[in-house]
Design a binder for this molecule. Structure first.
Ligand code: FA5
Ligand code: MG
Length: 458
């Protein structure tokens, strides 16, 4: 269903998003196929698996300690999405190949962390007022130019969570043992869980995962990390126990315990940082990133006297595991055979409706020397990027594509020109595509590759 409220037709000078008008410029790269998804608010539709999953996670971060919020409007400034969070100017996440720009200073948020500062500020006014919130969750749709396959979609959903403790003073180290003792008391009050956790690295590692030595003591960071890890382990443990009960009807005691592991990570706005992976059907799957909030960010957000942790979890990743949903495109399905399988508050096993045939088509092309190297950051000739192929395929075929893979790559020995071959798998989730349909789609993909990516077909 096209959302006619959100339009940009490439040559227009304005983008309209839910009644707001933005000037376009040489940075604008958000196609109508993305704009048309804005406003679906799947995570608010209580019988949708994304909403059910949101509720389950929120249930593990309840009031009055945590406020549970949503952010419906996805347009933020580059300052909110990147600068405030300490992303360096040359961070790859900022490039137009990875991020949907509305214009030079405006993007579709790439993560819920874009709202951290707003919520840190809000938290302060609440804690000084009548509320006793010390943390929050915030759920929203997020947007990234990315690969096409069964676990990646250009729009997905995240929930951000944070918990802060007030320090007796803003003096970085003087009161740290007092703060640490308070936090350890909170750790001790967390109910125990029986997750099998692999956590091989030390909490702090001088090079790989450093302490913010100017602001935090090791004992404080150990306490914050313990609270963060126990809270998140408990959250996945609780939710997966529910899921297992739903599947087999067996009691907790009869179930194999959940296996999770912590791996070191890097984010510009936390240190130390980790990712949580869950062992599921023979593989480790990353579900969230987290860490100790950078103190500069808290200082810049007018809460210099707090320390704490934050996390960001992928809701589709959790929902795919919980409901056994095999393809991320299904979340956007309006087919009743999908939607009718879910009910608010229940975890059920998704029964796939018949799988329709795949149709593989290859496209091979030469990169032009101008398309394969050089080019300015914005405007002018852009260097070739794989995400441009993905975008063109998505634009032409939308949800009729299951995945796109690079299957061949070589450089001509005499001319030095590079050739690439991509294999597009056309497959509808809802019906069998006709030959004519897939041929037409593929021809349009070929044309647009020439027009927009400046390649030469082979
Ligand atoms: C972030 O986005 C950080 N903002 C998370 C964070 C928050 C760290 C607060 C520290 C403090 P990352 O890019 O790894 O991190 O994404 C977080 C999660 O979103 C991933 O673990 C994954 O579950 C999910 N995710 C990421 N990319 C995709 C995608 N293309 N499709 C579906 N889910 C995705
Ligand atoms: Mg990650």
């Amino acid at each position: 269903s096209t959302n006619l409220q959100n339009v940009w037709s490439g040559s227009d000078k304005q983008v309209n998003i839910r009644g707001n008008s933005y000037d376009t410029d040489e940075w604008t790269n958000t196609p109508d196929s993305i704009l048309s998804h804005i406003g679906r608010l799947l995570y608010l539709d209580e019988n949708h698996p994304l909403a059910i999953t949101r509720r389950l996670i929120e249930g593990q971060f309840p009031g009055p300690v945590y406020g549970n919020h949503v952010e419906k409007y996805p347009v933020v400034s580059t300052a909110q999405n990147f600068d405030v969070l300490g992303f360096p100017v040359d961070h790859p996440g900022r490039s137009r190949t990875d991020t949907y720009y509305i214009n030079k200073n405006t993007v579709l948020r790439t993560h819920t962390s874009a709202h951290q500062q707003t919520y840190f500020r809000r938290l302060d006014s609440l804690t000084n007022g009548q509320s006793i919130e010390q943390g929050y969750t915030v759920t929203a749709d997020v947007y990234r130019r990315d690969a096409i396959d069964r676990s990646h979609y250009p729009i997905f959903h995240q929930m951000e969570g944070a918990k802060l403790w007030r320090r007796p003073s803003t003096d970085p180290l003087q009161y740290s043992s007092e703060t640490a003792a308070t936090i350890w008391a909170d750790v001790a009050s967390l109910p125990v869980n029986d997750v099998v956790v692999e956590d091989l690295n030390p909490t702090i590692h001088a090079e790989r995962n450093p302490l913010q030595a100017r602001y935090h003591s090791p004992e404080e960071v150990e306490a914050i990390a313990a609270h963060l890890k126990r809270s998140l382990e408990r959250m996945v443990d609780k939710i997966f126990k529910e899921a297992r009960k739903a599947v087999s009807g067996a009691s907790d005691a009869e179930q194999k315990p959940l296996k999770v592991r912590w791996v070191e990570a890097y984010f510009p706005f936390t240190s130390p940082s980790w990712e949580l992976e869950i062992f599921w059907q023979g593989d480790w799957l990353e579900v969230l990133g987290c860490g100790v909030i950078k103190q500069e960010l808290l200082i810049n957000s007018d809460v210099p006297d707090r320390v704490g942790w934050a996390f960001g979890i992928g809701i589709e990743r959790m929902a795919m595991l919980l409901f056994n949903i095999p393809d991320i495109r299904l979340f956007w399905s309006q087919d009743d055979r999908f939607l009718s399988q879910f009910t608010a508050g229940e975890i059920t096993r998704f029964e796939p409706f018949s799988k329709h045939p795949a149709c593989y088509k290859d496209v091979a092309f030469w990169l032009n020397s101008s398309a394969s190297s050089g080019g300015s950051a914005a405007g002018g000739a852009m260097p070739f990027h794989e995400n441009d192929v993905m975008e063109i395929v998505r634009d032409v075929a939308g949800d009729l594509v299951e995945d796109v893979k690079l299957v061949d790559e070589f450089t001509h020995p005499n001319t030095g020109r590079k050739s690439l071959c991509y294999r597009v798998n056309y497959r509808s989730l809802e019906r069998t595509l006709t030959n004519k349909e897939t041929n037409d789609l593929h021809n349009r993909v070929r044309e647009k590759l020439v027009e927009r990516a400046g390649v030469e077909l082979r």
